[in-house]
Design a binder for this molecule. Sequence first.
Ligand SMILES: [Zn+2]
Length: 148
Amino acid sequence: MFIDTHAHIYSEQFIDDKGGFLKRASAAQVFKILMPAIDSQSHKSMLELETENPDKCISMMGLHPCSVTESFEKELDIIDSYLQNRRFIAIGETGLDFYWDLTFKEQQLAAFNQQMDWAIDYNIPIVIHSRNSTKECIDAVEKKRTKD
Ligand SMILES: [Zn+2]
């Protein structure tokens, strides 16, 4: 038996094959699929997939660093209200991505810090995306660890 700890199977490119990938996962003995959130555009399809397959597809909640823009605080408010209303398996995915775009570096860090705080508050794991930002990610986690 396996657990897939990171699959965006609710994404547009996979959702038409819903029945297919779930069957293939079962055949491969994958009995749980943890789904990291991306942003508010895809929360609905992620949560629907979980509702349809509550024993198999498990949602996380968070804001992906590549979805951090000037309006990231609005995204965080949406996440905050989800977190207040139900329990999630983890916060994620969050982190830093300095590969695609450096425009919102500071905002990425702020969003990452907020999500680390939520993981601590709700006492749940955090799923970290790190691309071209290993040192910055480790520093951010270290800072949080020594602060709390
Ligand atoms: Zn991911």
